[in-house]
Design a protein around this ligand. Structure first.
Ligand SMILES: Cc1cc2nc3c(=O)[nH]c(=O)nc-3n(C[C@H](O)[C@H](O)[C@H](O)COP(=O)(O)OP(=O)(O)OC[C@H]3O[C@@H](n4cnc5c(N)ncnc54)[C@H](O)[C@@H]3O)c2cc1C
Length: 414
């Protein structure tokens, strides 16, 4: 099997890179072991919410200049704003409907009902210009009876602290009651699946509508539209007033849909997506990757002109922590990590954790470094990279998408 580019990892970074390449006529394969961080997504894409010193960021594009030299955004440099706009248009072009601008963070709701800054918010959710937008509103918070991953009391407390008046109700249907027979079945994607037949959704919406006369806005868990946006559009038209969806605890329905939509877009453009296969090793010749080998294909090597490492962080096993080291398991690339294990973490749970910044070392073009030398045809993109803390800085999706687009352009120019 021979491709122009093989991308290892089919999460947000791998698919973003693959779609840009494939759209420009570069023949790509994405090999992906399994689920990605998108399956657990909040429904928002962060670009930059905080600087390393903890100060808040209002304008990510301006604030990026103040980041440390190792941060992936520093390699993208002045093109950051350009790639942020490209990332947004690519998402929308593929069918992931998002709102937001790289020049000004807005707020999104968390599963606890609090507001958090972000860059792009999926159209499922409401993006708030500031923390006062709820003041004076009458909110009906509706849960599906027995669904524990949507905490109505926390959400009501949080909204009331911002000046809203809240009422909580629970609704049920025979289809959702069936899920309750086994508590482990009562998860967001299973509820979304149960609500897929239009007759079931219509019955639920009629129940909600009959109880929502008092409210200005109906607040619901994000359990609509597992594979496309049609159930959301239908829900909004039936309820006939403002609907505010709140992300649930994972798994995430909008995140799973985004993964599916991006994968479909990539395949529509002619890309090959190999799901459930894992790249195990590679042949290295004269400072270049000559072939890679996967679990499913055994000794049959897969060849390409270029390779992109987009295997994610610890969560997806793109980085593996051993007792005394952190390694990148496929190519054995150099990983930037603190040599003293005690410096990996802070025993205070909410403090900045050192291990979050560990990752694969690259040169200025995001070519992965092994034994101190950049490999000529292996690029790295996304959360496998070193030099940033997605949690503390709120820049996870931004790093994944922007580094992936940057790498795609480097490959095309090269
Ligand atoms: C649980 C969680 C939730 C997050 N939520 C948000 C959010 O709401 N907003 C936000 O801005 N950021 C969020 N982030 C940050 C997140 O890292 C990025 O947003 C982004 O989705 C990461 O994408 P990625 O493609 O770099 O990595 P991943 O999404 O981790 O994808 C890596 C992929 O590579 C595959 N893979 C790994 N090793 C191999 C191998 N050897 N062979 C083949 N395939 C392999 C994995 O199976 C996986 O599919 C979250 C992170 C986590 C861990």
């Amino acid at each position: 099997m021979k491709f122009d580019v093989v991308i290892i990892g089919g999460g947000l970074a791998g698919l973003t890179c693959g779609i840009r390449l494939q759209k420009n006529g570069v023949k790509c394969a994405v090999i992906s072991a399994g689920q990605s961080a998108l399956h657990f997504s909040s429904g928002s894409f962060d670009l930059l919410n905080k600087l390393p010193d903890g100060s808040d960021v209002d304008c990510p594009v301006e604030a990026a200049g103040k980041l440390d030299a190792l941060h992936p955004y520093k390699k993208i440099g002045e093109l950051l704003g350009f790639y942020a706009d490209e990332a947004k248009s690519q998402l929308i072009g593929c069918g992931v409907d998002v709102v937001g601008e790289a020049g000004a963070n807005t707020y999104r709701i968390t599963p606890m009902g609090t507001l958090r800054p972000t860059w792009l918010t999926m159209s499922d959710f409401t993006a708030f210009p500031d923390g006062n937008s709820l003041s004076g509103k009458k909110l009906l918070i509706v849960n599906i009876a027995g669904f524990l991953d949507f905490n109505t009391k926390f959400i009501a407390d949080s909204f009331e602290s911002r000046g809203a008046e809240c009422r909580i109700v629970a609704v049920s249907l025979p289809e959702t009651e069936r899920l309750r027979l086994s508590p482990t079945e009562m998860r967001a994607p299973n509820i979304a699946r149960a609500l897929e037949p239009e007759t079931v959704l219509a019955a639920l919406l009629s129940e909600i509508k009959s109880r929502s006369e008092w409210a200005d806005c109906v607040v619901l868990p994000a359990v609509f539209g597992l594979s496309d946006l049609a159930p959301l559009d239908y829900m909004r038209s039936v309820i006939g007033k403002k609907v505010c969806l709140v992300p649930t605890m994972p798994p995430s329905v909008p995140g799973i849909r985004t993964q599916l939509v991006l994968r479909r877009a990539f395949e529509r453009m002619g890309g090959v997506f190999m799901l459930g296969d894992s790249v195990a090793k590679a042949d290295l010749k004269n400072g270049e990757i000559a072939a890679i080998y996967t679990e499913n294909h055994g000794d049959y090597g897969i060849k390409a002109h270029c390779y992109v490492l987009a295997t994610g962080s610890y969560f997806s096993k793109g980085l593996v922590a051993r007792p005394d080291s952190v390694v990148e398991p496929v190519f054995g690339c150099d990983v930037d990590y603190e040599k003293k294990r005690a410096d990996w973490y802070d025993s205070s749970f909410f403090a900045r954790q050192g291990y979050m910044r560990f990752g694969v070392v690259t040169d200025d073009c995001f070519r992965a470094v092994k034994n101190g030398k950049a490999l000529a045809n292996l690029y790295a993109a996304g959360s496998v990279l070193c030099g940033f803390d997605a949690l503390q800085q709120g820049c996870g999706a931004g790093v994944s998408m922007l580094s992936a687009l940057y790498v795609a352009d480097k490959i095309m120019k090269g």
